[in-house]
Design a protein around this ligand. Structure first.
Ligand code: CUA
Length: 152
């Protein structure tokens, strides 16, 4: 029937949307460098030396690693602070349910999944403040799940 056709068309549209968001152009002086998905068990998160104490770590002259944990309904650390002209590799996971880690105004938008680590490298060329929001429905506080990223 036509109903089924419309359903398929609607789903194709959604898939196209997601593809556009995922592979969209880079804005506001930041650039994505890579994307990989290693794993960690959520039950081990507190004992994990990286995610037990979510933080930003300097690993090279202009290179940083940010360990970010999403949890109902907040991010750790918050704010995330990185210097300008830095290359930051984010490792993002979730403690409880699926969230996302999305830096507003950029194409940084990854799911934060318990048991998985999303990895992406981003260059921050300019001082600025960004909002971090959750794009995956995660419960009644979803719409208030926000954090900040400061490029200083
Ligand atoms: Cu966390 Cu929506």
């Amino acid at each position: 029937t036509y109903e089924k056709l419309w359903l398929v068309a609607a789903m194709l549209l959604i898939v196209t949307f997601i593809a556009t968001i995922t592979y969209g152009s880079v804005g506001l002086g930041i650039a994505m460098v890579g994307d990989q998905q290693p794993t960690v068990e959520p039950t081990e998160l507190s004992d994990d030396e990286r995610f037990g104490d979510p933080r930003v770590e300097q690993v090279g002259e202009n290179e940083y690693e940010a360990y970010v944990v999403a949890q109902t309904f907040r991010y750790q650390p918050d704010p995330i602070e990185v210097p300008e002209d830095s290359q930051v590799t984010f490792y993002v996971t979730a403690r409880d349910v699926i969230h996302s880690f999305s830096i507003v105004g950029t194409n940084v938008n990854t799911m934060a999944i318990p048991g998985e680590i999303a990895e992406m490298t981003v260059e921050f060329d300019e001082v600025g403040e960004y909002g971090v929001v959750c794009n995956e429905y995660c419960g009644p506080g979803h719409h208030d799940m926000e954090g900040e990223l400061h490029v200083v």
